[in-house]
Design a protein around this ligand. Structure first.
Ligand code: PGA
Length: 255
């Protein structure tokens, strides 16, 4: 069984004080949740504060939104895996569509980052997803397959098992236009099929695939109850601790 993973991608939001207040509130709601893996992904500037605010809470982990593939050196403005490890970061989002479209990240660059993350024992959350134009032209499978094969090139089985995939249709990010549960499940099943070609079926069965794109408390349960949807990567709705907590609870098994 794949343990569900729900992550809060704060993007370029949240000061240190706001982050501390968020964690305080979240711990009240989720302090004892153990059957869902929860990850908070603040901007770099609030990572240390989030970790400090989490204190001894073992069930909530901290992630970063990006990193460079080199370990250190003359790369002004960049952050490396070693610097993230120094802040006790466990996960790192790589290849988010905003990085791809606004900052020119290619699958080759994402692959360098994914391999560097594994070398540092950070777990990458690798984002893939099609634009509206690509969907309308019937290219969803081609786009997903190219992004997956490019971003995950040269990974061994152990590394693949420690990689999380996030399917985020670009047209659903921040737009309020969520994919229907059926559309999302179809894409997730295709992604799992591609993963089994990249590795094998047993490995692909164990890899977690999150859905992202306008996930809200009122659509989260239906999405995450689909066979191949193993959690959510949440942007807008993760800025409010109450709504994020509701989404995490929607990932719990029904009693
Ligand atoms: P959204 O963002 O939930 O605001 O659509 C999701 C994401 O970009 O990870």
């Amino acid at each position: 069984m794949r343990k569900k993973i729900v992550a809060a991608n704060w993007k370029m939001n949240m000061t240190q004080a706001e982050s501390a207040r968020f964690v305080e509130s979240l711990l009240v709601d989720l302090g004892d949740i153990l059957d869902v893996e929860v990850v908070i992904i603040p901007p770099f500037t609030a990572i240390a504060r989030v970790t400090e605010s989490l204190g001894k809470a073992q069930n909530i982990k901290v992630g970063a939104q990006n990193m460079h593939w080199e370990r250190n050196g003359a790369f002004t403005g960049e952050i490396s895996s070693a610097l993230l490890r120094d802040l006790f970061v466990r996960y790192v989002v790589l290849g988010h569509s905003e990085r791809r479209s606004l900052f020119g990240e290619t699958d080759e660059m994402v692959n360098l980052k994914v391999r560097a993350a594994h070398e540092a024992a950070l777990r990458p959350i690798v984002c893939v997803g099609e634009t509206l134009e690509q969907r309308e032209k019937g290219k969803v499978e081609k786009v997903l397959s190219t992004q997956l094969r490019g971003s995950l090139a040269d990974l061994g089985e152990k590394e693949l098992l420690e990689t999380v995939i996030a399917y985020e249709p670009v047209w659903a990010i921040g737009t309020g236009k969520v994919a229907t549960a059926a559309q999302a499940q179809e894409a997730h099943a295709f992604i799992r099929g591609t993963l089994s070609k990249i590795s094998d079926e047993t490995t692909a069965d164990k890899i977690r695939i999150q859905y992202g794109g306008s996930v809200k408390p009122d659509n989260a349960r239906e999405l995450m109850s689909q066979a191949d949807i193993d959690g959510a990567l949440v942007g807008g709705a993760s800025l409010d601790p109450r709504s994020f907590a509701q989404i995490v609870k929607a990932a719990q098994k029904e009693e």
